[in-house]
Design a protein around this ligand. Structure first.
Ligand code: PGA
Length: 255
């Protein structure tokens, strides 16, 4: 964590929590909010059906509403998809793009992520762009090559990052496995990503961009991860489903 950047912790609920379960989480979590460090920014990304309900709970608070994905097209004949305008209308402020589960399950690629981030930028929503290598790629010594290739999704933005842009380093082998990257491994990847941002968008933009770590973050390992100067918070799946754990992560991010 670097003092010049505001720490950010995002709950990625994935395909968990019905709207009713999400409301119960909000009642519990929001009662803890006054005790949490104010300088830590927090966001919750529920599944689409729970967005509006969670949004109503979050509206009077400082916790932001996030979405897990968005479609590349603005509207029209795309059965089952959700547009940027729909997300904006229910109060979504940030949207995950390029999560490894979508790369894997939906075969989405960099060209899709570029289009999604452009739509979000046009609508004034923050993209949270997720990158990360598989175990095979890491073992093959290809981590930086893979991250560099994933960062090409930003090439279409000229020399200015999308407003509110957030980067998330999520090694695929660490997601949902209980095997987080060591703080040193994560710090190396974050430093590499910040250097890429600097080459591409300049030192000031790179220094201002938050890079989150994701992959088996828990209240037990968060403090050591967040202590690294290039790690600006977390994108958290499993541990974000439990109000007390998500609160503990906010505390770790504010320490
Ligand atoms: P996890 O998921 O915290 O359950 O590992 C993180 C993510 O996929 O964003």
């Amino acid at each position: 964590m670097h003092p010049s950047r505001t720490p950010l912790v995002i709950a990625n609920w994935k395909m968990n929590k019905t709207p009713s379960e999400a409301a119960l989480f909000c009642d519990d979590f929001l009662s803890r909010l006054p005790a949490l460090p104010e300088r830590v920014e927090l966001a919750i990304a529920p599944a689409f059906p729970a967005l509006e309900r969670v949004g109503r709970h979050l509206l009077p608070t400082r916790v932001k509403l996030a979405a897990q994905d968005v479609h590349v097209e603005p509207k029209g004949a795309h059965t089952g998809e959700v547009s940027v305008a729909m997300l904006a209308d229910v109060g979504v402020a940030m949207v995950l793009v390029g999560h490894s589960e979508r790369r894997r399950d939906r075969k989405e690629i960099e060209a899709d992520f570029t289009r999604k981030m452009k739509r979000l930028a046009d609508a004034g929503l923050s993209p949270v762009y997720c990158v990360g290598e598989t175990l095979e790629e890491r073992d093959g010594g290809r981590t930086e090559e893979v991250l560099a290739a994933q960062m090409t999704a930003l090439d279409a933005f000229g020399d200015a990052l999308p407003p509110g842009f957030v980067l998330a380093y999520e090694p695929v082998w660490a997601i949902g496995t209980g095997r987080a990257a060591t703080p040193e491994m994560a710090a190396d990847a974050h430093a590499f990503l910040r250097a890429r941002l600097s080459e591409r968008f300049g030192a000031a933009a790179a220094a201002a961009t938050r890079i989150l770590y994701g992959g088996s973050v828990t209240p037990a390992n968060a403090a050591d991860l967040f202590a690294k100067p290039d790690i600006d918070g977390g994108l958290v799946g499993g541990a974000s489903l439990v109000p007390a754990d998500f609160a503990a992560l906010a505390v770790a991010a504010g320490a």
